[in-house]
Design a protein around this ligand. Structure first.
Ligand code: GSH
Length: 251
């Protein structure tokens, strides 16, 4: 029997959730190997053993032991998996459609991804004391990105690229979705009717709830920052939920 692909990370991480969602959505067996972001402890993304394989020291990363292949960067991992297993429903084979998915995936990094840096991190990690001007710049980037998604990407189609779900939606939702009232409740999407509609559609995608157990557990953080114990416990419950789902896939 072939050994499954290993995904390194924790479900509290947005880009990790995107990769795990793709794997569960395609009912693909994998091993989730827990690695804590930014930590240099044995199970941390800055430990020398992890850095030797994944020099950027971030999660998620993928390892295919049989192929002797390792890869970091969530979007590269998602594209690789779609290419390897021919998941053209989520990563279209049509050249132009695929280019549009790629376009979103590239845009994401210094734009939508700022949601975690400018809105979530300052709530969850008050100890990091982000400088005020840094947060302002980050929040301005988010507003610009949300406006482009509202008036552009989602103004003419149900999903970011066309009428069916793609990996662009998964990558975007793990960032944007975490802000909504269903989870942390730290951003009001009322001024964005297209994004609000899309958020509701994305909640119906298979495995949405399992992938977001850590966030359901964390709950509303709009009024009060969560305690570190709450974050740790939410993360643990997220891991249990994913393991249970994997057990179902393996029958
Ligand atoms: N562009 C990367 C971002 C990955 C990333 O920022 N991961 C965070 C966790 S959400 C991390 O590993 N941080 C630890 C560090 O940078 O030391 C991707 O999409 O995979």
């Amino acid at each position: 029997m072939s050994s499954p692909i290993i995904i390194y990370g924790v479900p509290f991480s947005q880009p990790v959730r995107a990769v795990l969602w793709l794997m569960l959505f395609k009912q693909m067996d994998f091993e989730l190997s827990l690695v804590n972001p930014g930590s240099s402890s044995e199970k941390g993304s800055r430990h020398p053993d992890y850095l030797a394989k994944f020099p950027t020291g971030t999660i998620p990363s993928l390892e295919d032991k049989e192929a002797g292949f390792v890869l970091s960067e969530s979007h590269a991992i998602m594209c690789y998996l779609c290419n390897k297993y021919d998941w053209t429903d989520l990563y279209p084979s049509d050249l132009e459609e695929r280019a549009k998915v790629d376009s979103y995936l590239h845009l994401h990094h210094r734009n939508v991804r700022e949601a975690s840096i400018g809105l979530v991190a300052p709530k969850v990690r008050k100890d990091l004391n982000f400088p005020e001007d840094f947060l302002k710049m980050s929040q301005a980037n988010i507003e610009k990105a949300f406006k482009a998604i509202e008036d552009g990407w989602l103004s003419k189609s149900r999903y970011l690229v066309g009428e069916t779900l793609t990996i662009a939606d998964m990558a975007a939702y793990v960032e944007i979705g975490q802000l909504q009232s269903l989870f942390t409740n730290i951003y009001d999407f009322e001024p964005f009717p297209n994004i609000s509609r899309w958020l509701k559609d994305m909640q119906k995608v298979d495995h949405h709830d399992v992938i977001h157990v850590a966030l359901y557990e964390l709950g509303d953080i709009s009024k009060e920052a969560p305690a570190m114990e709450t974050i740790i416990s939410a993360n643990k419950k997220g891991v249990v939920a994913i393991h249970e789902e994997l057990a179902k896939i393996n029958g």
